[in-house]
Design a protein around this ligand. Structure first.
Ligand code: HEC
Length: 114
């Protein structure tokens, strides 16, 4: 919607309605109007635009967000392998940053050690 792009998009990416449940949107959008007012020193989002934007977000958002099931909490073993995976990722990043200097020395992360 044009109003959303114009007003909400002025400060940050336009959020999708489904990131919050229905009942949260009116207060969030009021808060956004307040932030706009504080920053510009005037009514940044006009009342009629505010009403339309609120209606849009309220109308397009889910009644409730799905709850995260408890069984998705990782077991210690899974958590450990996630850490290992992250470390492997770091290692790969370093490998990608590996450089061979003219004199044949190999350096990581672009640090020539000079
Ligand atoms: C004047 C700048 C500004 C405008 C205009 C603005 N926002 Fe924001 N918005 C912010 C800032 C700053 C934050 C971070 C506030 C915070 O975390 O307390 C934010 C945070 C949010 C969040 C996350 C809030 C939360 O509780 O997690 C949502 C959702 C959001 N904005 C939606 C909107 C929508 C929808 C509009 C249009 C009606 C809008 N914003 C307009 C500045 C703005």
């Amino acid at each position: 919607m044009v109003l959303v792009r114009q007003y909400c998009g002025a400060c940050h990416n336009v959020p999708s309605p489904d990131i919050l449940p229905k009942h949260s949107w009116p207060a969030v959008i009021r808060t956004m109007a307040d932030i706009g007012k504080q920053r510009t020193g005037r009514e940044y989002i006009p009342a009629d635009a505010l009403r339309d934007i609120t209606a849009l977000y309220y109308g397009s958002s889910p009644t409730e967000l799905p709850a995260l099931p408890f069984d998705e909490v990782p077991s210690p073993a899974e958590a450990a392998s996630a850490v290992e995976f992250a470390l492997e990722g770091l290692h790969l990043t370093r490998r990608l940053a590996k450089d061979v200097l003219d004199d044949g020395r190999t350096v990581y992360g672009g640090d020539t050690g000079a």
